[in-house]
Design a protein around this ligand. Structure first.
Ligand code: GDP
Length: 197
């Protein structure tokens, strides 16, 4: 699939104010600085579409981008996910959970993971939560250009090995780079295949 049209529609903090209609939504989430805005800009081919970490005040918002007049990319707030049972959920966590659990149009969640890092508790717990709630999700490893030679592959295999301890079946995963557009076609084709279902 090629993206021929991408337009910003609305930013808000309330799932009830997200756009009406039945267009499918593909949401992107990850810890701050994981490369989410860069990835959205790379996928859409629009450099300034999603605001990068350098933009102040962008942290709390659910951003809707209408793609090819027929589906949405949804940019969710960067998370710092609190442990289960911990009192006092942050406002961001509430926004994220409300969107993921209440938004019927949400078709697939892409969870972004920095390909250079070892598995982080915060991400593993978040995946566990997604599994408990039956949320369809995929993993997107980011910044794939930063590890040279075989190190990228080694790191990803180690990550998947760790996940296999937790999951009977691994979610689909993609290895991407916003610098050299690695993984772009695979990710867009995956979205297209779900859209056709
Ligand atoms: P966000 O907070 O998740 O939206 O992250 P950003 O997209 O703002 O990226 C955080 C930082 O990582 C910025 O300095 C980006 O330039 C850098 N970055 C993001 N993606 C890539 C990538 O694929 N390759 C490299 N080398 N740097 C990246």
């Amino acid at each position: 699939m090629e993206i021929t049209n991408a337009e910003f529609v609305i930013s808000n903090t309330d799932v009830k104010k997200c756009p009406a209609g039945i267009f499918p939504e593909y949401a992107f989430i990850g810890r701050s600085n994981v490369g989410k805005s860069s990835l959205i800009n790379m996928l859409t081919g629009r450099k300034g579409l999603a605001m990068t970490s350098a933009t102040p005040g962008k942290t709390m918002l659910i951003n809707h981008f209408l793609i090819n007049h027929s589906w949405y990319i949804v940019d969710l707030p960067g998370y710092g996910y609190a442990r289960r049972g911990q009192k006092g959920k942050t406002q961001i966590q509430r926004i994220i959970e409300d969107y993921i659990l209440e938004r019927e149009q949400m078709t697939n969640l892409f969870l972004l993971i920095d390909s250079r890092l070892d598995p982080q508790t915060i991400d593993l717990e978040f995946m566990e939560w997604l599994g408990e709630h039956g949320v369809p999700f995929s993993i997107v490893f980011t910044k794939g250009d930063k590890l040279k030679g075989g190190r990228l592959n080694t790191n990803i295999q180690q990550y998947l090995k760790k996940l296999k301890e937790q999951w009977e079946e691994l979610p689909p995963y993609f290895v991407t780079s916003s610098e050299n557009r690695m993984g772009r076609k695979e990710l867009l084709d995956y979205i297209e295949s779900i859209n056709k279902e």
